[in-house]
Design a protein around this ligand. Structure first.
Ligand code: AMP
Length: 288
């Protein structure tokens, strides 16, 4: 069945209120659209766990640090509605920027520490924009559960702290990263890659897998792991590394000695396209 597409906050609230009162659980999947099978994983998980599934599609202007990135972000709404329809979504919430920000925003959510490194360091204001829009969406939809991808691990860590520290009554569900056969994590930004750029893009996941292999084999010095992973990236012309770091999986703080589970996260530029990815690595000692 085709989902009902709603663009008004008021209409969405009025539509969801009786569903909530009837005892049905509501699952929210927040997205920026240009939906692909990675988003599909989140939607399928939400569909299995809830009576009612809402997918929000909103390209959030306040989380973009570059206006050209915001302007060229793909917005294929009718394809996205068709995609949601095939996965049994009940409601697509697709507000305009004016609906979400009717006047200049003066209240923002700031999550400290977790946002210090990785994307937080290179995209000033990005996570403030993400945390603010996610809290707005949670307040509008009031879901029982909200679904986020491990692909954006720092974003997930930010949202977990936001929900814990501000007592937001929602369960955050993490969904594993979906990859192409050659390891490239699915992303709406992959469609900007030329065939040649697409060919070299899997170097990022290869570098992360190299790091994972070393940590599994007992390497505990983060600097040594980082050096090898960077070697994989640097041997590929056409890739500019923005960062590659080893961090604690919850606080996202840099780690020097790998004594427990860590996340190895990287961001690279290929031409005009920025790609991010990460893997969870568990050292031998922590596995036993
Ligand atoms: P976006 O539309 O890029 O903001 O992503 C919306 C949600 O989908 C976020 O929670 C992402 O982490 C998640 N997501 C994006 N790509 C993938 C992927 N390849 N596998 C799993 N989840 C993903």
């Amino acid at each position: 069945m085709t989902p009902q597409v709603i663009s008004s906050i008021q209409e969405l609230r009025c539509t969801l209120a009786p569903i909530r009162t009837s005892g049905s659980t509501i699952g929210l999947v927040p997205t920026m659209g240009a939906l692909h099978a990675g988003h599909g994983r989140l939607i399928e998980t939400a569909r299995r766990e809830n009576g009612c599934v809402v997918v929000s599609i909103f390209v959030n202007p306040i989380q973009f640090d570059r206006s050209d990135d915001y302007d060229r972000y793909p917005r294929p709404l009718s394809n996205d509605v068709g995609f949601c329809s095939r996965l049994g979504v009940d409601f697509v919430f697709a507000p305009s920027a004016e609906e979400m920000y009717p006047h200049a925003q003066r209240a923002f959510v700031e999550v400290t520490e977790v946002t210090e490194h990785l994307c937080g360091q290179f995209r000033p204001g990005h996570f403030r924009g993400v945390a603010t829009v996610v809290l707005k969406l949670l307040n509008v939809v009031q879901p029982d559960r909200a679904y986020f991808g491990e692909k954006d691990a720092q974003q997930l860590a930010v949202i977990r702290r936001l929900v814990a520290d501000l007592n937001v009554p929602v369960t955050i569900v993490e969904v594993a990263t979906l990859r192409e056969a050659d390891g490239l994590a699915l992303s709406s930004r992959n469609q900007h890659l030329s065939p040649e750029e697409r060919r070299i893009a899997p170097s990022l996941s290869r570098a992360l897998e190299t790091a994972r292999g070393l940590i599994s084999a007992g390497e505990t010095r983060a600097a040594a792991v980082k050096r090898e992973a960077l070697r994989v990236l640097n041997e590929q012309p056409g890739i500019r590394v923005e960062y590659l770091e080893i961090v604690g999986p919850e606080d996202m703080q840099l780690v020097e000695e790998v004594t427990g589970p860590v996340r190895v996260a990287g961001a690279i530029w290929i031409g005009q396209t920025r790609l991010i990815d990460n893997v969870l690595c568990v050292p031998v000692a922590a596995k036993t």
